[in-house]
Design a protein around this ligand. Structure first.
Ligand code: KDG
Length: 357
């Protein structure tokens, strides 16, 4: 079924529901959750529970990120015998990454799992994880992020009233566009590319000759459809599962940035949990993360073929072309690295080297 048709169908259902309840949902004014049955189940389970966790993400419910969230819910509810109830929201139902992080700070939402790129707007040191071509592969990324240095970054979130519980995976980002094949750095010239809301991403694309524009993920499909931007960059799983192939013709395996996700909890909420429940959510975030990474890697391996089957033209990036891209971006990386905590930068570089030994 085409994404356009699904969106049309969903808006018709929403219009019907809004008309049926006079357009005034007083219980949860910010959530357009169409499924009344789920809502009732949620309300009943929440009434029986001591704590409720509202967990929201930007990607849709087909994505491994959402499957990870469901796993988190399963573990937490089972291990607390329902004393903690978890409600899961996808597709930006609770807002975009920035809005959800702010909601965590305010205590009006308990969990979100953003990419590191928007987190850098809250704790600038996080921008190191978005340095293009930083991680050579996901195994090295796992070792660094799950190790001592990764934990140091999570600890830095405390001051922002955010509790970082685990690293999950978004994955290596690849370019799509509706204009032309991109095989080398020269082909970026003049393309308007949507990036995440992160200055380093913007400067990196400028350095390659593109015209980047920051935008929340929730606005991206429409922007691509209406031609507001020519292209975007995301891992294959997202490109496929969000139906971007319907509005984009070309895909290149640029793999220019490895995007980690960070499982975040509102710190003020975390602090209200008794210690044994804190332990349950700590472990559940890690366990669900392992599961999510596995599914994500399978999906990213599988979906390039699906994109081609859907009619996209695939352009393979040669090692030389990727090296040219890296060289074009290098001055930007050096500039950003100089702004960060130097000890931490060196620790990350060292950990990456050690992980490859
Ligand atoms: O749930 C996470 C998403 O909202 C977002 O981080 C996905 O990579 C992403 C993007 O491009 O915005």
């Amino acid at each position: 079924m085409s994404k356009k048709f699904v969106m049309f169908f969903v808006s018709m259902v929403m219009m019907f529901l809004l008309a049926a309840c006079g357009g005034n949902n007083e219980e949860s004014p910010e959530v357009n959750n169409n499924d009344t049955e789920i809502k009732e189940e949620n309300a009943e389970a929440a009434a029986d529970a001591e704590f409720t966790i509202r967990a929201g993400i930007g990607l849709n419910n087909e994505h491994p990120q959402y499957k990870g969230l469901e796993k988190f819910k399963e573990i937490v509810e089972e291990e607390t015998d329902g004393a903690i109830h978890v409600e899961t929201y996808h597709s930006g139902q609770l807002g975009d990454d920035r809005t959800m992080m702010e909601a965590l700070q305010l205590g009006s939402q308990e969990v979100t799992v953003p990419s590191t790129a928007p987190i850098a707007n809250f704790v600038s040191d996080f921008s190191i994880f978005d340095f293009p071509f930083l991680f050579p592969n996901s195994e090295v990324a796992d070792e660094v992020l799950d190790g001592e240095v990764g934990q140091k970054f999570l600890d830095k979130l405390d001051d922002q009233n955010l509790k970082g519980l685990a690293y999950w995976e978004n994955g290596f980002r690849d370019l799509t566009n509706s204009e032309k094949e991109v095989a080398s750095v020269d082909d970026f010239e003049g393309l308007t590319i949507r990036t995440m809301e992160n200055d380093l991403h913007l400067d990196a694309f400028r350095a390659m000759g593109a015209n980047p524009t920051p935008m929340a993920f929730t606005e991206l499909f429409t922007a691509l459809q209406q031609g507001t931007v020519d292209g975007q960059e995301n891992p294959f799983a997202t490109i496929y599962l969000e139906g971007f192939y319907e509005v984009q013709d070309y895909v290149s395996d640029t793999h220019h940035i490895y995007s980690p996700f960070v499982f975040l909890m509102s710190k003020s909420f975390y602090d209200t949990l008794p210690e044994d429940y804190q332990e349950v959510v700590d472990n559940a975030a890690l366990e669900a993360g392992k599961y999510q990474r596995e599914l994500n890697r399978e999906a990213n391996d599988e979906y390039l073929d699906s994109l081609v089957e859907e009619g996209m033209t695939f352009t393979e990036i040669s090692d030389e072309a990727r090296e040219e891209m890296r060289l074009a971006i290098e001055p930007v990386v050096e500039e950003y690295a100089a702004e960060l905590d130097q000890d931490l930068v060196n620790e990350v570089y060292q950990a990456i080297e050690d992980a490859q030994k």
